[in-house]
Each structure stands twice: as C-alpha cells, then as structure tokens.
Write a protein that binds this ligand. Sequence first.
Ligand code: NQM
Length: 362
Amino acid sequence: MTGPEEVRCMLMRGGTSKGAYFLADDLPADPAARDDLLLRVMGSPDPRQIDGIGGAHPLTSKVAVVSPSDDPDTDVDYLFLQVNVDEPVVSDRQNCGNILAGVGPFAVERGLVPAGDDTTSVRIRMVNSGDRATATFPTPGGRVDYTGDAEISGVPGTAAAVVIEFPPGKGTLLPTGNVGDTLAGVEATCVDNGMPTVLVAAESLKVTGYEDPKELEADEELAARLREIRLAAGEAMGLGDVTDTTVPKLTLLAAPRHGGAVTTRTFIPVRCHTSIGVLGAASVAAGLRIDGSVADGIAQLPTTGDRLRIQHPTGFTDIEASLTTGPDGLPAARRTAVVRTARKLFDGTVFPRPAHTPGGPR
Ligand code: NQM
C-alpha cells in the first residue's frame, strides 16, 4: 500500500481573499488531473469544505499556480483557479487581483525571483487574461517582510504594502462597444479593466445599494433579475453563455456616503462580495471615468488626481485609474494601480482527500 498523496503548498492571505499557492511543478501537468487534485485539497464539493483547506466561501476557495515565465518581459506566470465550494468545478475563466497580491512574495519565498536589497519588484503575467502586473513589496535583508503599516478595509490590523501596477491590457475597456446598453430591460455599462463587470444603478433594481450583503443575497426577486441581466450581458460582452461561469460580475452603484466616489455592492456572481475584488474595483473605477456611463449622476469624482475611493460593504478600496482615448475613439485604460497587503499563513504539505476509485470505497 502506498502512503497518502502529499503536495507542497503555501496558504496565504492575498488582499481580502485567502488561497492555496502552489508551484506549477508541484501539481499534475494535466489540467483534469490538477483540477481533480485541487477539489480534493480544498474539500469540494461540500458547502462546509470540511474535509479540505477551503474556507467555505468563494473568497476563501482560491488557488494560485505559479511558475517561471518564458516571456522575457515577465518574471513569473500566475494562473488563478477558482475552486467552487459546493460543485465539483474548478474554473480558469476569471482572474483574481487579491490573490495576485501574494504571488510576488510567494515567488521570492520559493526562490523563483531573487530578493532585491530593500524592496523587490516582480513582473507577473496573469495567464487567465494575458494581462500583466508588477508587484513591489519590502524584502529587507533579502527576505520577504510581511509586517508594515498598510491598512486595507476588510482585513484586521496592518501589514506590509504590496503596490501593484497594471499596465493597460490588450482587451477593450468597453466589450459591447457601447458606453451604455439595455440588458433585460435595465440600463447598464459593461466594462472590463481587468475583470468583466456589469455596472447597474442599484435604484433601477429597487434596492438602495447600501444593504448588507446577507440581506441582498436573501432577496430572491433581486437574484432572478441579476441572473437575467448577467446572461444578457454575457452574450453582449462576447463571453457567450455565462450560466456556469463566475464572470461577468455585477456591481450595483449608489451615491457615495462618506466622501468616496461611489458605493458598491458586487455579486461574484451569486454571492454578494463582502468587499470588492481588486480588478472588479479597477473596472468600476474605469466605468466611473467614462462619460455617459450609468455612473453619471451617481458617482462623485475628485477634481484632481487618479485616485478613486470605491466604497463597499466593509469599507473602501482606493484605486488609481486614468483613461485615454483608444484608436477606435472609445475610452481605453491608461494606468491602474492599487495598494494591497498579503501574508504567509502556513507553509507545508497538504494531504488531499483520497481519489475515489470506481467500485472502491467512497
Ligand atoms: O476582482 C472576487 C476577490 C475577487 C476577485 C471575485 C478579485 C478581483 O475579491 O481582482 O480579486 O470577484 O470573485 O478576491
């Protein structure tokens, strides 16, 4: 009899998400075998993920697969995988800017990138979208220092800042080619500044946009409307049938309350986010800057600087976003940047639930 399967794994908090980080070489190369292993590592499918290391919520059931990059302009490749909690599904259809915050530190910890003197910048290719990011974080004495005074809403305490710069992606900012579309009878702006996102005024769905996520999740009429809008948006954005995918996300907009630019409630796509994704916030920020978007008359933009404060259920995310005009005359991303924090929580060996062999014990 052979011993249990074991896999080297680091558990990290990345921004307001938590995930299992692996070197690609430590996982099966075959995607089907890899996904089967990851379901067993995380404990899916099971609403409590009790037999795995997943945290029983989409925001804590995430995986980063990191490898050296063969692209001369990037140091490492980062593949993000969303492991569904209660379905046997692992998806590479979306990116994750929160888990991205841990990728640079992980690459240094695993020796893929040498640490700089005081800080290290890691150039990352986000395999899911082909977009790039550069993460800069402190490495005094050649070791990652996770301690610091940066504070992000949704995470208690403070930690070292991970500054992430996103150069403009290759994709189009307005995937439908329009600043506004009517989707399932509702006015929407579909925007993709790293995360395909559908912006809708909360008021047009008969909610205020200030509700608690649990209250919104319990609203069955709202859920049905969001589903219709999302399916229509998927087709309009060129994403096809999005019934079983986690993109596009839907963000409800309401006027800012505490000096921010806008208040948001984001559906990812069924559960309501307790804060907002990084790339989701980048897409919202870009949407606010587009003249004639559904944010007009709701958002309040600062008169100077790139920084926009996106309010969400547990605080705010500050995003630096500026736009330019693309060759097609439509608005295009110019620069996007954000401050996140990340922390190594655990480094060791994970023991996946045994694979089910047909005819064998379950
Ligand atoms: O938008 C949640 C998160 C995310 C994704 C989601 C993310 C992003 O908060 O960049 O980070 O939208 O599923 O981690």
